[in-house]
Design a protein around this ligand. Structure first.
Ligand SMILES: CC(C)(COP(=O)(O)OP(=O)(O)OC[C@H]1O[C@@H](n2cnc3c(N)ncnc32)[C@H](O)[C@@H]1OP(=O)(O)O)[C@@H](O)C(=O)NCCC(=O)NCCS
Length: 152
């Protein structure tokens, strides 16, 4: 299935996208990014859904979810820095949430660095609500994780 806005396509990820996805994740998370192998293993699982954003044949965003007994754990969200603040992630998330429901996901959850304002805005705009904090969860730099849920 495909969604289109401002010449940007939102569609299911394919194995041909994995190299571009790995570059995006490295750009967004540096040394803490998942390796290409970890991303490929996650993508190939039958309990995951990966979605990409594409424009002019170039992959500019990715997000992924794993279905854990009906809870969708959102594991990866990143957008090419040149395309941020244009609602690319917002559209990918909408697509992921709608299509995840078809896999039996009835609630979504994720963790985010407490100081990651763009990500927090993104999730709150999509209806996620903070349900707790894991103090000092992240390293380099040390930071709390905020736990968000979207329940239906
Ligand atoms: C988080 C990320 C995926 C958002 O992607 P995006 O396509 O820019 O997201 P959107 O445009 O849909 O939404 C971003 C929101 O943050 C807001 N925002 C961005 N920078 C901001 C800032 N410095 N201060 C306040 N708000 C900010 C935008 O205005 C927008 O909110 P709005 O729609 O209400 O105006 C992107 O910044 C990214 O790849 N970051 C690095 C990886 C990352 O942190 N991933 C999330 C891990 S949990």
């Amino acid at each position: 299935m495909i969604q289109d806005f401002n010449n940007i396509l939102i569609r299911d990820c394919t194995k041909e996208d994995m190299e571009a996805v790995s570059v995006l994740e490295k750009e967004a998370f540096g040394k803490q990014a998942w390796t290409a192998e970890q991303l490929k293993d996650a993508f190939l699982r039958n309990d995951t859904l990966y979605v990409v954003a594409e424009t002019d044949g170039k992959v500019i965003g990715v997000c992924g979810v794993q279905n854990i007994c009906g809870d969708g754990e959102i594991t990866n969200v990143s957008v090419n820095p040149d395309f941020r603040n244009c609602k690319v992630a917002g559209h990918m998330l909408d697509y992921l949430i709608e299509n995840g429901k078809k896999m039996g996901i009835s609630a979504y959850t994720l963790e985010v660095r407490a100081g990651n304002i763009p990500a927090i805005k993104l999730y709150e705009n999509a209806g996620f609500v903070s349900e707790g904090v894991r103090p000092g969860f992240y390293d380099n730099p040390k930071e709390d994780a905020v736990i968000y849920w979207l329940r239906f």
